[in-house]
Structure formats: structure tokens, C-alpha cells
Design a protein around this ligand. Structure first.
Ligand SMILES: [Zn+2]
Length: 395
């Protein structure tokens, strides 16, 4: 559950100072590991964790930060290096984990209940966050649910500090009882097996004009000047707004599906969806904003389905090939991307994305062994010949 924090001036200064200290610790850990790596040695998380007490002796300013929070920052370095080693082992040529600047350091985390306490406001709205050696900070937010607080993450953004509290709770979501296949795409965000299309909301549409003119303005201004900084902030604000709108849209969409369906068949989340990047940073950011975020939708869908008890069937699309398979007779034929309609000699004809959604639904209800060399043989008996209206009860 996420809250916006309203620290007073002194608290804000302290938060910023602590963030800087965490950042310095992070960078020191990176440096130590880099040097070791250059000598062909590796340093483990525990090697570094064991040095923390000495660090606190030599630099007393670290004493107020909380041991577990410091350990968590060391653990972040460890995670970065594990990912690095993994990629090295896989034969890739990854960049070394980087130093971070104090200005871009995103915050720190209390990994358990030590060092903080959250006091909820009346009716469960808002509240007060108590942090050791920092005091009580006003917090605003309306959590959907509440439970036992486990972990606190303090996040620093360009528009202030946020607290994310991880809680253990009994989810109260309810699942529906229909079954559906969902094809996620770029042209339409989603096409359901019953033919419903969810169009791609063009969040960037209006914003892109503003963004373009601001980018032009920025390029004319002196880098680092006050005006330049102001324009930068304005650009960040638009990006943030668009990101929030998209996030909101995705939450509503996936919550609606989970409330309606007891079984959802969709494509499996690919790692590629999560990390696809490339080109310059700006291009990546702009692209990310145009992107409908299939990976984001799948992730939101997955945890909501788990909360509600909706069965989410992740169809291995590389094997099943929903977009190349006839939902009626399972005949496979490659389609060009431009081919928007599925047409099969068996007589099945429907929009391409709906056909793909139906194939996934069919596979989820009654999986078959995908594709031998000659493809599938002959028509398969359909349990539900009225393929355009598959809707079944749970189980
Ligand atoms: Zn067919």
C-alpha cells in the first residue's frame, strides 16, 4: 500500500541526508566488488554485511539509519551483482553494475518491522508514519485493504517521498465464473474470445504535443540553467501523468476481468516483455510510454487472479501458436501480420485476434499436445461447437 509522505522541513533534510548515506554505502559496496573482480576475486553479501558494524564505528552518522535498512542496501548491491554474474555465465557481455548519484538514488528500505511503525488514520484513510530517529511523518493514502505490516520502502521521486508498506492480508477480491481467452496486442490492447475488443487508449495523444514543444524549448535553453531545470521538471510531470493514467487503466481493466471470469487463458509472461530496451535513453522512455505494456497487464492480472482465486492459465504461445491455429479445427497456417481475419477451409471465419483468444481458451479448457512435424491431423471433435460463445462454469 502506497502513501505520499508530508515530512516537515527538518524531516525532509534528514530523509535526504539518509538517502545520501545509503547511496554512499551502495557505491562503496560496488567499488569494493569491482576492485575484487579486477583481481579475480568475488566478495559475497555476507562479507560486506559483516563490515557494517565497523563502518558504524568509524562513521557514526550511520548509526541512526537502522542496521536492517543498511543491510537491505548492501543486499541491493548483491542483487545487482548476481544479475551481472548470471549474464556473464550466460555468455553475454553485460555492463558492470554502476555507481549511482545521490541525486538519482531512489530511496531505501526497512526489510522488517524494526525501526518504524505506521499508525492508520480514522476510517483507514491516511495516517502517520513513525520512523526511529526521524519522528512522525504525515502520510496520505487510501489502502484498498489492510493487514499485518511487514516491510517499509521509502521512495524518493521528483515530486516527493513515498512510503510503500507491504502487508500480509487476506485478499477480499471475488472471482467471476465465466471462462475467457484474452489476446493482448498492440493494435487493440486486448481482444477477448467472445469478440470484445478493448481499444488502446492513446494517453500520450494530447500530451505528446505539449511534450514536443517542451523538448524543443529545452534544446534552446542553457543546460543546467534555472529555466532549463524548470522545463525538465515540466517534462517529467507530463511523463508521470501519462504513466499514472496508464497504470490506472491497467488496474481497472484487469480488476474487471478478474471480477467477471473464473478462468482466464492468456499468453505467458515473457522475460523479454519486462526488460526490452535499446536505443537511446530518451527513445526508450518515449517508447515505453507509447507501449501498451503487455508485461504490465499480465503482472497485474496475475496477482489479482491469485487474490481472487481466478484460475489463470498461461498458454505457452511459442508452442501452441494461437495466431496461426484455427480455433475450430486446430489446423495451422501462418498468417502475415497484415492479415487481420482468420479464414480456414473448415469454414471458420472471424477476426484474427479473437481467433487467437479462442485458441488459448480452448487450450486452457482442454490442452492438446502442440504441433508434431505434420501439424495436427484432421478436425478434432469440439465439445462446444458454438465456438463463438464459449462460456462455462468453474471447473
Ligand atoms: Zn479450421
Amino acid at each position: 500500500m502506497r502513501y505520499k509522505l508530508y515530512p516537515n522541513r527538518a524531516q525532509l533534510e534528514t530523509l535526504e541526508r539518509w538517502n545520501g548515506l545509503h547511496c554512499d554505502l551502495y557505491n562503496a559496496c560496488i567499488e569494493q566488488r569491482r576492485k575484487a573482480w579486477a583481481k579475480g576475486k568475488t566478495i559475497s553479501y555476507y562479507d560486506q554485511q559483516n563490515e557494517l558494524p565497523r563502518l558504524k564505528e568509524e562513521m557514526p552518522e550511520y548509526q541512526v539509519l537502522g542496521s536492517h535498512a543498511l543491510q537491505e542496501t548492501v543486499r541491493r548491491v548483491d542483487r545487482a551483482f548476481r544479475a551481472f554474474y548470471r549474464r556473464v555465465r550466460a555468455g553475454e557481455n553485460p555492463g558492470f553494475p554502476r555507481y549511482k548519484s545521490r541525486n538519482s538514488f531512489v530511496g531505501f528500505c526497512y526489510p522488517d518491522r524494526a525501526g518504524w511503525k505506521f499508525e492508520r488514520g480514522p476510517n483507514g484513510k491516511h495516517g502517520v508514519l513513525h520512523i526511529s530517529n526521524l519522528g512522525a511523518i504525515r502520510a496520505r493514502g487510501k489502502p484498498r485493504q489492510w493487514g499485518e505490516p511487514l516491510r517499509l520502502t521509502l521512495t524518493r521521486t521528483s515530486h516527493g517521498w513515498y512510503a510503500t508498506i507491504t502487508i500480509r492480508c487476506q485478499p477480499t477480491r471475488k472471482a467471476g465464473n465465466e471462462a475467457v481467452g484474452i489476446d493482448l496486442g498492440v493494435e487493440a490492447v486486448a481482444t477477448l474470445s467472445d469478440g470484445t475488443r478493448v481499444e488502446n487508449p492513446r494517453f500520450l495523444g494530447r500530451a505528446s504535443k505539449q511534450l514536443k514543444s517542451l523538448q524543443r524549448k529545452l534544446s534552446r535553453q542553457k543546460q543546467g540553467s534555472n529555466r532549463w531545470m524548470r522545463t525538465k521538471r515540466a517534462i517529467a510531470r507530463i511523463h508521470r501523468k501519462v504513466a499514472n493514467q496508464r497504470d490506472d487503466f491497467q488496474h481497472k481493466l484487469t480488476a474487471g476481468w478478474v471480477a467477471k471470469y473464473g478462468l482466464i487463458a492468456t499468453e505467458a509472461l515473457k522475460v523479454k516483455n519486462m526488460t526490452a530496451r535499446g536505443g537511446s535513453r530518451k527513445a526508450g522512455l518515449n517508447r515505453a510510454m507509447l507501449d501498451v505494456g503487455i508485461g504490465d497487464i499480465l503482472r497485474k492480472l496475475a496477482y489479482k487472479a491469485a487474490e481472487a482465486g481466478t484460475r489463470l492459465v498461461e498458454v505457452p504461445t511459442s508452442k501452441v501458436k494461437p495466431s496461426q491455429t484455427c480455433p475450430l479445427c486446430l489446423r495451422q497456417e501462418k498468417k502475415l501480420l497484415s492479415q487481420r481475419v482468420h479464414q480456414c477451409p473448415c469454414g471458420c471465419e472471424m477476426p484474427r485476434d479473437q481467433a487467437a483468444a479462442l485458441v488459448m481458451l480452448r487450450w486452457a479448457l482442454d490442452p492438446w499436445e502442440p504441433g508434431g512435424g505434420e501439424g495436427l491431423t484432421g478436425p478434432v471433435e469440439l465439445r462446444n461447437p458454438d465456438h463463438a460463445a464459449i462460456a462455462v462454469g468453474r471447473g
